[in-house]
Design a protein around this ligand. Structure first.
Ligand code: IPE
Ligand code: IPE
Ligand code: MG
Length: 254
């Protein structure tokens, strides 16, 4: 069945409608939300304005993902490498989850969204962690879209920690080395319990993973756009999904 979903045409956007099939909607979409700084620079604004505007895109795309029937939406919000940025920018980024959730949590709750976090909690400021943990607790019973924030996330750190845990289990005889398989590895990753992304989107024209979900993306479909994250709309999201639906996933088979 083909369901026609129409773009909400904003005042300035002249974007064409994109039809998405109700069948074969990706269960898990992961997004590297990139280009906030360049978006701001092109407008003569401070980088922080780009991050602020990017928050609105998070809201838009969450609503659209839910509407289309995506089950898991993972958003790369802060990498383990982003600590290298100037302190003022890091501080600003660390305040965004709290700011976002203050505005949006009630609506997320009423829309049955379940908030989760995937990342290394230990280095986060307490106010950041507290805001996220409060949202996780308040939405734990929700059964709709799972909105998974990758916050202080790094794929290499995630895999190294998994390997250390598995090695310790093997050394202590809790697991035999020959029993270590994909499932054991996946079970020790921060994404434990979440299926691998079906579709990865990266905005802003960069063509790299930047240490994002390198284990989990092994067979994901990749979709890149030059559009900066703050200007990423529902229409772009549907374009990505429509293209995903045209692809043949072979997983090495025929
Ligand atoms: C993405 O936008 C947000 C984060 C990485 C936190 P950037 O801040 O990377 O924006 P650009 O890439 O500098 O334009
Ligand atoms: C990736 O973007 C991280 C996030 C979107 C949170 P970056 O802007 O940090 O990536 P690089 O530095 O261009 O690879
Ligand atoms: Mg960037």
């Amino acid at each position: 069945m083909i369901e026609r979903l129409w773009a909400k045409l904003g005042k300035s956007s002249q974007q064409p409608e994109v039809s998405v099939s109700a069948d074969n909607v990706p269960e898990h979409v992961a997004i590297i939300m990139d280009g906030n700084g360049r978006w701001a620079k092109h407008r003569g604004l401070p980088r922080m304005a780009g991050h602020h505007s990017g928050m609105k895109a998070v809201k838009r795309i969450t609503v659209e993902a839910d509407r289309l029937g995506v089950k898991y939406l993972t958003l790369y919000a802060f990498s383990t490498e982003n600590w290298k940025r100037p302190k003022a920018e890091v501080d600003f980024l660390m305040k965004l989850p709290q700011q976002f959730l203050e505005i949006e949590l009630d609506e997320l709750i009423s829309n049955n969204v379940q908030v989760r976090m995937m990342g290394h909690k230990e280095d986060l400021p307490s106010y950041t962690l507290h805001a996220v943990e409060e949202a996780i607790a308040k939405t734990a019973g929700n059964t709709g879209l799972i909105l998974n924030f990758a916050l202080n996330y790094g794929s290499r750190k995630e895999m190294l920690e998994a390997i250390k845990q598995i090695a310790a289990d093997a050394a202590d005889g809790r697991i035999a080395v020959e029993d270590i398989d994909d499932k054991v590895m996946a079970g020790h990753l921060l994404s434990n319990g979440i299926p691998d992304p079906d579709l990865l989107i990266r905005t802003s024209g960069e063509l790299r993973l930047s240490n994002f979900m390198m284990w989990q993306l092994a067979y994901s479909e990749l979709w890149f756009t030059d559009v900066y994250w703050p200007e990423f709309t529902e229409t772009h999201f549907r374009q990505a999904i429509a293209e995903y639906q045209r692809r043949a996933r072979r997983y090495g088979g025929l």
